[in-house]
Write a new protein. Structure first.
Length: 333
């Protein structure tokens, strides 16, 4: 299998400031940067909203991930998120319909596992009073170029304070032996203004650009942020976004894989991917998010045809239920 850290290093994506990045455990919330000052809450939909009301969470026993409501009852999430039977969206509760889960396939001929870390399932309303989002969310159909701006939306652990804390590091030693402290020390040669990410769960949004694309292979994880070594249970094709010391800059955080990543195509918002894993510096202090950390996001353009083949358009579903034959159906793009 291809180690994602090695692939990024080979491409020269990891700069001198990020040369010691290692991959962390899967799972994301949204951490927001304030550009060195106080970070905004961003817990209500932005004015130019890509789909804030379509991102929900799995919060039953053992479940702690996000999912994106595509429409007509269908929810897309990361396969490694467990206990996905109950989906919560805008205060409403939805139950997964037995027999509807479909794990998406990877392309053949690339040495990848047959199945990806993406799963699609249909849910039915159980309780609540909020309206269910109407219409179908558009899936991106072309790999976004490096530098493409996007918005990450997820529900999970947040920072304990909106004000950044400074972390000092000695990076002059072997990358595996970096040392850190919250106070300046004589051997420190770098400082980072970041956040502690063990706060209460909340849905938030933030901005982050595509940094490196066409990442193939199993995302390998090393022990980091107090989590055991592990990896995704499948290869996943995707791209990487970078956390920056800028207002509204976003990254993932532990406890909520499946956060939605949205970009604009021809002036319209589309769903480009889901968050699956994190990168952090070697020996980075536990439960922190620092500029230079990164988020691994699936590239849904690779899987768009599968998704569109599984989910019938609402009008089509009604016609099929009525037994009306379809001629010249046009696929939703």
């Amino acid at each position: 299998m291809i180690n994602l850290f090695e692939r990024l290093s080979a491409w020269g994506w990891l700069t001198a400031a990020a040369v010691s990045l290692t991959v962390a455990c899967p799972g994301h919330a949204i951490i927001i940067s304030g550009g060195g000052g106080s970070a905004p809450l961003n817990n209500t939909a932005p004015l130019d909203d890509p789909g804030f009301d379509r991102v929900g969470s799995f919060e039953t026993a053992g479940g702690n991930g996000s999912g994106v409501y595509l429409g007509d009852g269908w929810v897309l999430s990361a396969n490694h998120v467990n206990a996905r039977d109950i989906f919560t969206l805008n205060g409403n509760t939805y139950q997964r319909i037995n027999g509807t889960s479909v794990r998406l396939d990877n392309p053949t001929g690339q040495g990848l596992t047959t199945k990806s870390d993406l799963v699609l399932a249909r849910y039915e309303f159980v309780s609540g009073s909020a309206p269910t989002p109407q219409g179908m969310l558009t899936i991106n159909t072309s790999t976004p170029a490096a530098g493409t701006p996007g918005v990450l939306i997820g529900t999970g652990q947040t920072q304990t304070s909106q004000t950044a804390s400074t972390y000092y590091a000695d990076t002059t030693t072997d990358p595996q032996s970096w040392t850190w402290d919250t106070a300046w020390f004589s051997d420190s040669d770098r400082s980072y203004d970041g956040f502690i990410n063990t706060g209460a769960r909340d849905k938030r949004w933030g901005e982050t650009d595509v940094t490196a694309i066409n990442i193939n292979g199993d995302v390998q994880f090393s022990q980091f942020l107090d989590f055991s070594s592990n990896s995704l249970d499948a290869d996943q094709i995707g791209f990487v976004t970078l956390f920056e010391d800028e207002l509204n800059s976003a990254m993932g955080a532990p406890a909520d894989s499946g956060a939605g990543y949205f970009i604009k195509v021809n002036g319209e918002w589309v769903l480009a991917g889901l968050a699956h894993a994190l990168f952090g510096f070697n020996n980075q202090p536990a439960n922190t998010a620092l500029p230079g950390n990164a988020t691994f996001v699936s590239d849904l353009s690779v899987y768009a045809d599968q998704i569109n083949a599984i989910i019938p358009e609402p009008a089509t579903a009604l016609l099929l239920a009525a037994g009306v034959p379809l001629i010249g159906r046009r696929r939703r793009r």
